[in-house]
Unconditional design. Sequence first.
Lengths: 265, 255
Amino acid sequence: MIETHPSLAQQEFIQKEKTHRRNVSVIRMLLLVLFLSLWELCARLGFINDFIFSSPTRVTICFLDMVKDNSIFVHTGVTVMETLISFALVVVFGLLISILLWSSRSISEVLEPYLVMLNSLPKSALAPILIVWLGNNIKTIIVASISVAVFGCIMTLHTGFSQTDPDKIKLIYSLGGTKKDVLLKVLLPGSIPLIISNMKVNIGLCLVGVIIGEFLAANKGLGYLIIYGSQVFKMDLVVMSIVILCIVSAFLYQGITLLEKKIRF
Amino acid sequence: MKPKLEVHGVSYSYHSLEGETLALSDISFTADNGEFLAIVGPSGCGKSTLLSLLSGLLTPDTGEILIDGVPQSDSRSNIGYMLQRDHLFEWRTIMGNAELGLEIQRKLDGSSKEKLHQMLHTYGLGSFEQAKPSELSGGMRQRAALVRTLALEPDLLLLDEPFSALDYQTRLSVCDDISSIIKSTQKTAILITHDLSEAISVADRVIILTSRPGRLKAIVPVSFGDENLGPLMRRNMPEFSVYFNQVWKELQNHD
C-alpha cells in the first residue's frame, strides 16, 4: 500500500528538520549583523581607532564613492578577468600535461621529483623574478597565478588517471580498442567528477595567484587596491577590497558548482 | 571438422624485479565449434591468464594458440570477453554501453544499431535502453554486458567468472539465462569459474588445472543425455553429483 498522507511521525520529523534549517539561517544572519554592529559601535564609541580599523559605514561610503566614478567595477572586472584567464589556462595545461604523463610511464617517472618540488615551492617567491622577466604587466600576473595552481592540478589529475580501474581498461582492449580509446572512452569521461572537484580548488588558487601578482605588478585590480590602500593608509579602501574579494571568490566557486550540476549524470 | 580453438603447449610467466613466476605450464586442449568448456582450478592457478592469452591481450612465452587453424595473432576472428564485473559505464545509457564495442571498431551504423535494439529487446532490456546502469539489477546489468559482447558477433566467447559478483540466487538464474543465450546462438564458449557446480551445470567438458604453476590436470567430459537441458535442470539430475565428485577428486588429488 502506498501512503498518500505521511504519518504523524513523518510530519513531526519534517517539521523538526524545517525548524532546524530555519534556525541555522537565522543565526547565520544574526552573526553577521552582530559582528557588523559591534564593529560599528566600537568605532563610534572610540574603543578602536576607525582610521586604522575602519568601520562598516566608512567602508560603505568608500564603496559608494567608487561606484559613482565606476572605478570599483574596473578594478573588480580586471581581477575577475585575470582569474578566469589563468583558470582556463590551468585547466587546459593541467589536462594536457597529466594526459601526457599518463600516456608514458617514462615521462611521468622522470618528471615526478620536479613536479613535487615545484608544487611545494612557495610560488610568491617566483613573483619578483617574473616581474623582471615578463615586465610590470598582466602577463606577470597571469603567469604567477598559473604557477600557483598548475602543478597541484597536474599531480591530482595524474594520480586520478593512474587509479582508473585496470579491468575497465582491459575491457576496452578486449573490445579491440587502442590506448586512444582508453583515453576517450574511459579515462576522460570517468574522470569528470575528479576534474570538476579539482576545478573548485583551482579557481580559488588562481585568485590567490592573481592577488599575489597584483600586489607586485599592477595598477588595476583588487590586489592593487589593497596594496595601494595600505601604502597611503586608506584602510577603508583596503577593507572594502577584501570584502569584494570575499564576494568574488564565493561567486567563482558557485559558478563551478553550477557547472557541476549541469553535467552531473 | 577443424576445431574452433587449439591450444598447444602454452606456457606463460610473469616478470617482476623480485623474480619470475611461472603462471601456466604446458597447457594443451582444443574446443570444437559450438562447444562449451569450463575451466576450474584453485585460485591463483592462472585461469585468468589463460583467458588473456586466448584473447590475445597477452602473448604466450612458448606454444601456440590457433583459432580456426590460424595463429591467434593473425586471426581475424572476433573474440568476445566477459569480465568478472559488468563494467557498464555509468556515464552512458544501456544502449550507449551496448554500442561501446561497435563504436571502438567503427562498425556502428543504422543496421548494427537496429540489431542492438532487437538484441536488447530479446534479452528483456528493451524498455531500459535509455536507462543508466545503476537503475538495473545485477542480473540485468550482466545481460547488458553480454549484449555488449555479443554485439561484435564473436566466434569465440571467453567468460571470466562472469557471475561471481552476483548474489547466489541471482547467480543461478543469470547463469541459466546466459548459458541458454550462448547455446541458442551456438557460440563456442570458454567459462572460467571456481564454482564446480556452475562448471558442471553449463559445460560440455570441464578442464581442471593444478595450482601454480597451472598445469592441465584432467579433462572431464560432462554429458546428461539431453543436449537441451538447462543448468538448473542439470543440477537436478542424478549424474550431477557423480560428475561433481569426479571433478572434486581430481582437484583434491595432489600428485
